[in-house]
Design a protein around this ligand. Sequence first.
Ligand code: NAD
Length: 267
Amino acid sequence: MSETSLFGLAGKKTMIVGGGQGMGESTARFLARAGADVAVIDVVPERAERVAAIVNGIGPRGIPIVGDVLDDSQIPTIVAAAEAQLDGIDAMVSIVGAAAFGPLLDTDAALFDQQIHLNLRYFFLTASEVARRMIKGGQPGAIVGIASVDGQRSAPMRGVYGAAKAGLISLVQTMAVEWAPHHIRVNAIAPGHITTPRLFDTPSRVDAYARSLLPAGRRGTTDDIGKAALFLVSDLSAYVSGTTLDVDGGLLAQNLFPHGLPGSNQG
Ligand SMILES: NC(=O)c1ccc[n+]([C@@H]2O[C@H](COP(=O)([O-])OP(=O)(O)OC[C@H]3O[C@@H](n4cnc5c(N)ncnc54)[C@H](O)[C@@H]3O)[C@@H](O)[C@H]2O)c1
């Protein structure tokens, strides 16, 4: 057995929502290297086209699809276009999302709705549309959403983002259970601090602070996320569903009192 065939992705049809840069680009590269065709969906045409060309350069088919998943009415059209151009959908990785920063007491209803839409609602609609088509085609499949460590713990200054990502983690569990009879696996990735195109301009003092908090001693890379996505859509995770994989360099595993409680000889 070749190393690539371990993934079981050769000739498989995959789509990445928000595939046009950063984590999406890394995921596209890894899926293509495992032999999968990739539909790269992005709201920015040049981004979709650039990453689709990278996939074509690796070997499998890269298909750019331009669309806005924050427009509910476009979601069925986007998924239908991916299905038609790929000739089926075996896997979907959904990347789109972003945090708004500010305390809860400065968060109005409009910002609350914007964060839930951007980080939860579109994922619900898109994953459901993909699952319906997988079920109709009698195809097994894999779906991956991007959550965040902010959905696993409190998220001061980005509380609604954290709540939306916690919602995504919950949805993934319910989707995994409800869609298991159709052989559709659904999982999430919870990235920690990842250097992405949007975060390249992080001031170095913030970066040094973040690094000092990370057991791994470094921020994550988009490839760290792409590798996790490859695992979760591949045969290597055939018995993994409903889980959230923390890709955080050990951030959430830390113990605030690693040497016992201060002033106590008890653990
Ligand atoms: N960077 C981190 O440290 C970190 C940590 C935890 C979680 N995350 C999560 O990782 C994911 C990716 O974050 P990122 O900063 O790499 O994203 P990004 O903004 O760099 O990339 C997202 C891609 O999606 C596209 N996109 C945006 N809106 C779209 C829309 N409406 N329709 C279609 N495409 C659209 C963008 O053009 C872009 O190419 C997000 O869900 C984010 O919440 C990031």
